[in-house]
Structures are given as structure tokens and as C-alpha cells.
Design a protein. Sequence first.
Length: 106
Amino acid sequence: MAHTIEELKHKTLADLRDMAKGIEHDAVQGYTQLNKQHLIVALAKALGIQHEHHDVIGVDKSGIKARIRELKTQRAAALAAQDHTQLKVVRRTIHRLKRRIHKATV
């Protein structure tokens, strides 16, 4: 039965350990000692499940990232000059740009 990362995340730790019990793969060796997050990664590797990539729709991601890089240099300059008002403005702008990318991700 084919699984996805999302399906594995919604299973209980006991269910994941039951799945790992029936799999002969180096990634799931010692599955009884693994926590849920590590077990999900191990099962994904053993089952050959790839991480699903997300797409950014409706915004210019490369343009926004270039602007963020510029702002990071301004942030470093504001830190060096100990200009707290400018630092706050730059940090908030970086935050808003990152949120714009995050909201456009599907």
C-alpha cells in the first residue's frame, strides 16, 4: 500500500511501529527506540517516499528573495550602528516578505 508523508504524520506512534516491524530495511533498524518524527523519516526512506515539494503561485519569489537579501545587509548595518528604529523597520519588512511567500505557497 502506497503512503505519503502526510498519511504517516497522521498515524499514531504505535501504528508507525507496527508498520516498521514488517519492513526489513537499515533505515528502520531500532524502530522501537525512535520517536515519531524520526520514525516517519526512517519509514519514508525505507518505503521510498519522496518529500512533496510546494509551488509558489502569484508572486515573484526570486524578486522577493533578492529584496530580503538586500534587507539583511541593511539589518547588519543597523545592528552595527545600533540604530534600533531602523533595525525594527528592516526586521518587520523581512518578516512581511517571508509571510507573503509563505501565503502564496500551495
